[in-house]
Design a protein around this ligand. Structure first.
Ligand SMILES: Cc1ncc(COP(=O)(O)O)c(C=O)c1O
Length: 377
């Protein structure tokens, strides 16, 4: 599914030198390695501020808390994402409200968000938290118009979307504040847990910096109850090295995705969708946007049997995500039930992520597509 050694081996010397420098200078927590990465990351994304922290999950919580989301407020997000997209709202002591997804992009559907805003709990909503799922930006034209008209904050879950663009604007600078994850499988990845908050607001950035260090602006003077969610120096140093290659890596991911499209079409397996019948529905890139293909996710009717078949051929695949968030045991208290979000539930039964990473070879992709063709025949 993912061979990280192909990324690591060519960078071995650079990465070891960066780690050695942290050991020699003993800047283990924050310090210059993290500050340097924050400056470089902000410049790369074209945002005023980047605030390094200890994970994407913490970045989401910091983003919400910095934006003043707390008790008595509600935030709308998607039921089809990683757990943290909803749990961060609960951690901020706010109420998550869910809206169904678009069947083609798997991203939060603005029309369904509008329905929630007009519903009985809409008055408490202070923010919308769209997820740029699989590396493709959510429909930012619609969400920014909605936020402007209703005075809501927009918080991006950009955990899977380093380098993605919506009509020329980069993820991380689209909303009021954004959260990135550098978990080792992400397209820009650390050697452990790490995350980042980005924003163009001086005030939000200042609050995020304060909250990531137990609410301290001055050492041992605590203005608010924050948390310990700092980025460590090793991760900052490693991310600075990898940041130099991310444009190249994302371009390579796009080439891999294009090759999958071509191979599936040439094999006569691609069908229009949004729902599968005989073959595979290929992932769709919204025009005028830039998908970074964190995942290449097909839709197919006999998904679980296909996955078993691929496993029997030693071909990795993954399901992001098998259980929609409203059906997770831990989130039963939200009050939703099976049937609440039919698109998310159907996607959870049909999606399958295929191997994709910058160094994936064409012959390997051919093997994947040939195996799928064999299964479907
Ligand atoms: C969409 C989404 N949000 C949030 C997160 C949380 O990031 P982390 O694992 O770094 O805490 C992830 C990553 O796993 C994710 O994919």
């Amino acid at each position: 599914m993912l061979d990280l050694s192909r990324q690591y081996l060519p960078l071995h010397e650079e990465l070891v030198a960066a780690v050695a420098h942290v050991l020699e200078t003993r800047q283990f927590i924050l310090g210059e390695p993290v500050a340097a990465f924050e400056r470089e990351a902000a410049a790369e994304l074209g945002v005023a501020h980047a605030v390094g922290c200890s994970s994407g999950t913490d970045a989401l919580w910091l983003a919400l808390a910095s934006a003043g989301i707390g008790p008595g407020t509600a935030v709308i997000t998607t039921p089809f994402s990683f757990f943290a997209s909803v749990s961060c709202i609960l951690r901020a002591d706010a109420a998550p409200l869910l809206a169904d997804i678009d069947a083609t992009t798997f991203n939060l559907d603005p029309a369904r968000v509008e329905t929630v805003l007009n519903g009985p709990r809409g008055a408490n909503v202070r923010a919308i938290l769209p997820v740029h799922l699989y590396g493709q930006c959510a429909d930012w034209d619609s969400f920014s118009m909605m936020a402007r008209e209703r005075g809501l904050a927009l918080i991006e879950d950009a955990a899977q979307a380093w380098g993605a663009q919506w009509k020329g604007l980069k993820a991380g600078g689209l909303g009021d504040v954004a959260a990135f994850s550098f978990y080792p499988t992400k397209n820009l990845s650390a050697a452990g847990d790490a995350g980042m908050v980005t924003t163009n607001s001086d005030e939000l950035a200042e609050r995020a910096r304060m909250l990531r260090q137990h609410g301290m602006r001055r050492r041992y003077y605590h203005d608010e109850v924050g948390w310990n969610t700092r980025m460590d120096g090793f991760q900052g140093a490693i991310l600075s090295v990898k940041l130099k290659y991310i444009v190249r890596w994302n371009a390579a991911r796009r080439a891999v995705a294009e090759r999958y499209h071509e191979l599936f079409r040439a094999a006569g397996l691609a069908e229009a969708g949004p729902y599968p019948t005989f073959g595979v529905v290929l992932p769709h890139e919204v025009p005028d946007t830039r998908h970074v293909w964190h995942q290449y996710v097909i839709r197919t009717a006999r998904r679980d049997a296909l996955r078993d078949f691929l496993a029997s051929r030693n071909i990795g695949s993954e399901i992001y995500y098998p259980v929609p968030l409203h059906m997770q045991q831990a989130l039963k208290g939200l009050g939703y039930a099976e049937g609440s979000f039919p698109e998310a539930e159907r996607a959870a039964r049909e999606v399958l992520a295929l191997p994709i990473f910058p160094e994936l070879r064409e012959d390997e992709q051919q093997t994947v597509v040939r195996a799928i063709a064999e299964f479907l025949s």
